[in-house]
Design a protein around this ligand. Structure first.
Ligand code: COA
Length: 322
């Protein structure tokens, strides 16, 4: 059986930077509150030209270039903010990349989308169905926010991140060693955009906070056990970038020092399905990791959905999307 190995990473961000000061000028909030309660300092907002597919295409292009390849046998776009209700965004992104004819589909798992898509691509490679895959997480949730809702407006930002995977062996840097995915539809109303004209993104922040910590730390333990690693052996935790307090709580419950948790949300906020690949790209840009380091990914999001992946850090170079 082949092992799926990450060989390339890429990210894309909209040009418009929205700082906490910008937000405090238009709603009842302060830079101090946002920093203290979330850790976020600024985020990016997509304009009319920066659709989910545009950002996804750029991130995908950069991930292919980072891997030094120009094609992939499968394209998966994790998004809950597709360009259209239908068709899916992935076929368009694949066509934009010149990959017409390749299997392409979307995965809708909100903030867990990238973990879902990466695990699915790894299954496809492990089964021998394809020898390579491009996995992209892309979301433009700021278009669906209620501009008067200070609890959601301060958190979310737009962006895309991507990973290229190819068949390889477990000893190679970038190898995926274990994955776990979960969902519980009884929690569907915790994070939702109801159908109907004028519907905005709705979130029950406090409940999400509590469930996110329990679900992410639980799935980290599952992949640690499957990979045969201990928490002490983990070099880096790249968790969904929702809130700095959530990152610290997940690290603490999982027994991983908070200093090992990658932090990127200060500059981009919560970019939903893009958050983990953007944080990985940022870690690569900053030279935070060495090939072969033991890395855990984990996310929690609408659905509710959650999961985790244990992998080693790939040997790659990336373009800084900032
Ligand atoms: N600026 C200033 N005050 C704010 C505010 C803002 N942007 N948002 C909320 N407040 C106020 C509240 O109205 C409340 O005031 P009150 O005590 O007078 O009622 C107070 O701050 C505390 O609100 P609370 O909701 O308890 O804050 P919190 O510490 O739980 O932080 C979130 C709110 C949304 C930041 C936090 O719950 C969170 O991050 N949840 C998870 C979000 C998430 O991860 N979502 C995506 C998952 S995929």
């Amino acid at each position: 059986m082949s092992t799926a190995v990450v060989r390339g990473l890429g990210g894309a961000l909209p040009g418009k930077v929205v700082t906490n000061h910008h937000l405090s000028a238009v709603m009842d909030t302060t830079d101090e509150w946002i920093r203290r309660r979330t850790g976020i300092v600024e985020r990016r907002h997509a304009d009319e030209t920066e659709s989910t597919s545009v950002l996804a295409t750029l991130a995908g292009e950069r991930a292919l270039a980072s891997a030094g390849v120009d094609s992939a046998g499968l394209v998966i776009v994790a998004t809950s903010t597709p360009d259209k209700v239908c068709p899916a965004t992935a076929p368009k992104v694949a066509a934009n990349l010149g990959l017409n004819g390749v299997a392409a589909f979307d995965i809708s798992a909100v903030c867990s989308g990238f973990v879902y898509a990466l695990a699915t691509a790894a299954w496809a490679i492990e089964s021998g169905s394809t020898s390579s895959a491009l996995v992209i997480g892309a979301d433009t949730f700021t278009r669906l926010l209620d501009p008067t809702d200070r609890t959601t407006s301060v958190i979310f930002g737009d962006g895309a991140g991507a990973a290229y995977l190819a068949a390889g062996t477990p000893d190679q840097p970038g190898a995926i060693h274990a994955s776990t995915l979960h969902a519980d539809g009884d929690g569907e109303s915790l994070i939702q955009v109801p159908r109907g004209a004028g519907s905005f993104f709705e979130m029950q922040g406090k409940e999400v906070f509590t469930q996110a910590v329990t679900a992410m730390s639980g799935s980290l333990q599952t992949v640690l056990d499957s990979a045969g690693w201990t928490a002490a052996e983990v070099d880096s935790l790249i968790a969904h970038q929702a809130n700095l307090r959530i990152l610290n709580a997940v690290a603490s419950v999982a027994g991983i020092p908070a200093a090992k948790a990658e932090v990127h949300l200060d500059r981009v906020g919560n970019t939903s399905a893009a958050s983990i690949p953007l944080a990985m790209t940022d870690a690569a840009t900053k030279g935070h990791r060495t090939p072969g380091d033991r890395v855990l990914l984990t996310a929690f999001g609408g659905g509710t959905t959650w999961g985790a992946i244990a992998m080693t850090w790939p040997s790659i170079s990336v373009v800084d999307p900032h």
